[in-house]
Design a protein around this ligand. Structure first.
Ligand SMILES: [Zn+2]
Length: 241
């Protein structure tokens, strides 16, 4: 497997760091060489989405643990836009956490993967806060799956607090092989499908898409209670929009 992944790196033409210190990716599409093409291709790109506080980070940590328990290495990545747990850390609200590689919005995830895979074979790539991925990141992840036959599991939100797709979520929905929902519930007991942003106890529906905040800044709601703006079951609470 390790030899094959080295072959994969050579085949897609990833260079070593240049003298300037930057990594340059040169794709050399030579997939028509059937001798090099792998016959088994079981790896897939997963997008596991949910609203806030559904346990995505905890699920990621659990999957990582399961791989490592079997002596396999995982590469855990997180966009460096999310620094709630300190840069480079996946943090579940249960308090369970683990280290992760932070990456910048311009980082090439295929290059990063290949460099790490050279040091020690990676069996699975896990990414938290996948909604913050850029289009090129998602496309690089498809190369990790398709050319290097390594599964990639991305955890993240689908829609933002205005009910628009994040860029990362949009392209994950487009490119993922498997799209799976991690469910949680609204205060009323229905499935929560939307995320409300709350400021000073008020429901807000306008503003910048990305404002990274703690658990108390976002509330997961069902569609009905997102639409009528009720954040809780207090009978006296006026609808807040
Ligand atoms: Zn509800």
């Amino acid at each position: 497997m390790r030899a094959y992944k080295a072959l994969c790196a050579a085949r897609i033409g990833v260079s070593r760091p240049d003298p300037e210190g930057s990594l340059v990716l040169r794709r050399r599409l030579s997939y028509n060489n059937t001798k090099e093409r792998r016959t088994s291709n079981v790896a897939q790109l997963y997008f596991r989405y949910s609203t806030m506080n559904a346990g995505k980070s905890l699920e990621l940590i659990k999957v990582a643990y399961n791989y490592e328990e079997r002596g396999k290495r995982v590469l855990v990545l997180i966009p460096d836009i999310d620094n709630r747990g300190g840069v480079g850390r996946v943090v579940s609200r249960t308090g369970i956490k683990r280290d992760a590689f932070p990456f910048h919005e311009e980082a090439n995830l295929l290059t990063l993967f290949l460099a790490e895979n050279e040091k020690e074979e990676i069996s699975c790539v896990l990414i938290d806060e996948g909604q913050f991925l850029k289009k090129h990141h998602v496309q690089e992840l498809t190369e990790i799956v398709d050319s290097c036959d390594t599964p990639v599991m991305v955890y993240g939100l689908k829609n933002d607090f205005r009910n628009e797709l994040f860029e990362g979520s949009y392209y994950l929905l487009v490119y993922a092989d498997k799209i799976e929902e991690i469910k949680t519930i609204c205060w009323c007991g229905r499935k929560a499908t939307m995320v409300a942003r709350v400021a000073d106890g008020k429901f807000v529906k306008a503003g910048e898409q990305i404002v990274v905040g703690g658990n108390n800044m976002y509330v997961s709601l069902c569609r009905k209670h997102y639409n009528d703006g009720r954040l809780g079951d207090e009978k006296t609470r006026p609808a807040e929009r």
